[in-house]
Design a protein around this ligand. Structure first.
Ligand code: NAD
Length: 343
């Protein structure tokens, strides 16, 4: 397993491998860049099939956080953590106390929060060992509704750019993953009259959105080929790849999942296919924006900042079109200018 030569290493400042014998914790904390402030990014708990897979995930995710936080205008750098374990593990107390101690040992260089497989209650456990966590109860809380708001506004920006429309009424959206964010996203979309096609691997989550929002349910493998206007990836990353691209009928990809493109070249492919792609770390910044208000919580100020995602995306779409570039490369360039200026 290469670390410094890893294809996603990208000048990470610090990578910490954590092991706690008593709880069985195995985790990796990655701090990508602290030019703008401490590395802030959630902790993911996942049943990785290998240590290499976990390392790749945490490196890609923490780099994404550097770019996300910069472009969202936050005084925060990029970091992320992964815990290598079954996300359905029920005995979580010792695990998250041990995780909290490792976060604490970094002295504030990394702040953790919720991500896939990790809930607010887990972060509250870690908080007993370290102040360097965010998204806690009584402060900013669950970031998911804010991520969903930003994603919904990102879909609206894409529809505005591509079709000149201000409403999503009658727009068909496929949502892959109706968990924390996906559920709230469906709520916004349904309220505005969009038609929903959804999939998930948890039947109870599907039943809920089918009942509450009249969503059509399809099997996980069938989500790509749905006849929709927008495909919203809201589960895990790398769902835009060589196998799925030929199946897509949507002309817009706009969802909350991190690292949606399997490789950078898939962004080029989307451009060639005339599919408008909302760069993942731009459209899904709502949650981290809310987290940034942790110590001085103000819901209306947070909401107003999340709403800026709409304009940021319109700017990226317009520049990408004018310069005949991918939306991803335009977003990267804008973020990098902010990060470099803060060095
Ligand atoms: P979650 O775990 O609550 O929801 C993910 C859902 O995807 C679950 O319901 C799960 O069953 C489903 N899923 C997993 N594999 C699937 C598959 N193969 N096909 C269909 N569904 C599948 O997570 P979340 O917090 O809603 O986050 C969703 C995505 O958004 C993740 O990629 C996360 O990193 C990203 N994200 C989340 C936030 C946030 O505020 N929670 C912020 C930024 C980015």
């Amino acid at each position: 397993m290469a670390v410094f030569n890893h294809v996603s290493f990208d000048e990470h400042e610090q990578v910490v491998f954590c092991h706690d014998k008593e709880s069985g914790l195995k985790a990796i904390i990655a701090v990508h860049n602290t030019n703008l402030g401490p590395g802030v990014g959630g902790c993911r708990m996942w049943n990785y099939s290998s240590d290499d897979e976990a390392l790749t995930d945490v490196l890609r995710l923490s780099r994404g956080m550097t770019y996300k936080n910069a472009l969202a205008g936050l005084a925060m750098g990029g970091g992320k953590a992964v815990i290598i374990a079954d996300p359905k593990t029920t005995d979580r107390e010792k695990l998250f106390l041990a995780f909290g101690r490792f976060v604490n040992s970094l002295g504030g260089k990394y702040y953790s929060a919720e991500d896939v497989g990790v809930s607010t209650s887990d972060i509250m456990i870690a908080n007993r060992e370290t102040p360097f966590v965010a998204g806690t109860e009584g402060k900013s809380g669950d970031p998911s509704p804010f991520t969903a708001l930003g994603t919904y506004l990102g879909i609206k920006a894409a529809i505005k750019h591509q079709r000149g429309l201000d409403s999503l009424k009658g727009i068909r959206v496929s949502v892959q993953g109706v968990g924390h964010v996906g559920y709230y996203l469906c709520q916004h979309l349904h309220k505005e009259g969009a038609e929903l096609v959804v999939t998930d691997i948890h039947q109870a989550s599907l039943d809920r959105v089918a009942t509450e929002f009249g969503a059509k349910v399809v099997a996980p493998q069938d989500i790509y080929e749905q006849d929709v206007d927008v495909y919203a990836p809201c589960a895990l990353g790398a769902t835009i790849n060589d196998a799925t691209l030929p199946l897509l009928k949507a002309s817009i990809i706009a969802g909350c999942a991190n690292n949606q493109l399997a490789e950078v070249r898939h962004g080029e492919k989307l451009k060639d296919m005339g599919i408008l792609y909302a760069p993942d770390y731009v459209i899904n910044a709502g949650g981290i924006i809310n987290v940034s208000f942790e110590n001085n919580y103000n819901e209306s100020a947070s909401t107003a900042k999340v709403e800026q995602i709409y304009q940021t995306l319109l700017t990226i779409f317009a520049r990408a079109e004018a310069e005949n570039r991918t939306t991803g490369s335009v977003a990267d360039e804008m973020a990098k200018a902010i990060i470099d200026a803060a060095r």
